[in-house]
Design a protein around this ligand. Structure first.
Ligand SMILES: NC(=O)c1ccc[n+]([C@@H]2O[C@H](COP(=O)([O-])OP(=O)(O)OC[C@H]3O[C@@H](n4cnc5c(N)ncnc54)[C@H](OP(=O)(O)O)[C@@H]3O)[C@@H](O)[C@H]2O)c1
Length: 270
């Protein structure tokens, strides 16, 4: 049985952040389910390589869209480059930000995070919601983060943007369901993608090994199919977040992220 119905969520999916990690895995699993993929990110060469691989392995069509979502003009590029496609699914996985003490980040970097994680999400979600409602079927998948409803020290601005995405998606899940459109928010617990090292963590000495990207996306697609408004990946993290007080969860994250922020300063990355 197909995990995700290509009639409902296809024939085309538009995926941002498709050059790496979670977005790339969405592209792979959707292609494996017979859905053509429009791949959006800045690194064109990686998108081309991925598209050719998915075409070869799953016989789907692909389109590469080079766009820097920190630049507002790129949103027009994405809209125009997908105008002729029958889009059944919009997956928004591109995200910006990394651990740092609030005042260590420059205001311009903080604004760029707002542009990628909020403004671009709003514009593209609105655009594809309009098209999907017109079709009367399809889905929107927004990638937020575990802790989006906690407030994460050393990622204060980023976690604010992820909270926005979580609230946007939960509200739209309710609003759009009567119009045949599924909306689901993915809250990834630590997942094995290049972001782990970019954040200054080392996979080998994290308190818990990060989950595989395949499993993360698998759980997200199940939630999307069932039209659950959000899913936190990993049973253990679901249990912990249900039983531990938010203040304790925040303190644990503060320790880890504070360490990562200090390491990034030592490495000259901030
Ligand atoms: N992995 C985790 O543990 C974890 C946990 C919580 C939340 N998340 C969220 O999951 C999402 C995907 O992260 P990941 O783990 O897959 O990280 P990743 O492997 O680093 O992928 C990030 C993706 O976002 C794209 N991107 C970043 N800035 C962009 C920009 N300005 N314009 C266009 N594309 C941009 C990157 O493409 P280019 O560089 O080619 O542009 C890349 O494809 C993010 O929103 C992240 O916040 C991940």
């Amino acid at each position: 049985m197909k995990k995700i119905d290509p009639h409902f969520f296809g024939p085309w999916a538009v995926i941002t952040g498709a050059s790496s990690g979670i977005g790339l895995e969405f592209a792979r699993q959707l292609a494996a389910n017979g859905i053509n993929v429009a791949l959006v990110a800045r690194r064109t060469e990686l998108l081309n390589q991925l598209g050719l691989k998915l075409q070869r392995e799953y016989g789907v069509e692909f389109r590469v869209i080079t766009a820097d979502l920190a630049n507002a003009d790129s949103l027009t590029t994405v809209r125009e480059a997908t105008a002729d496609l029958d889009v059944g699914l919009f997956v928004s996985s591109a995200g910006a930000g990394s651990p740092a003490a609030f005042l260590d980040e420059t205001p311009s970097k903080q604004s760029a995070v707002i542009q990628v994680n909020i403004s671009a999400q709003l514009v593209l979600t609105r655009h594809f919601a309009e098209r999907l409602i017109e079709r009367g079927r399809g889905g929107i998948e927004l990638v937020s983060a575990m802790g989006a409803d906690l407030g994460l020290p050393f990622m204060a601005n980023e976690s604010g943007t992820k909270a926005y995405l979580l609230m946007l998606g939960r509200a739209l899940n309710w609003e759009l369901k009567s119009q045949g459109v599924h909306v689901s928010v993915l809250l990834p617990s630590p997942t094995d993608t290049p972001i782990i090292e970019a954040f200054g963590f080392s996979k080998d000495n994290m308190p818990m090994a990060p989950m595989s990207v395949e499993r993360c996306v698998d759980e997200a697609l199940v939630a999307l199919r069932k039209n659950r408004s959000s899913v936190l990946t990993g049973r253990l993290f679901r249990v912990l977040s249900a039983v531990l007080p938010a203040s304790l969860m925040r303190a644990v994250n503060a320790r880890m992220l504070g360490k990562a922020a200090r390491r990034r300063v030592e490495l000259g990355l901030v």
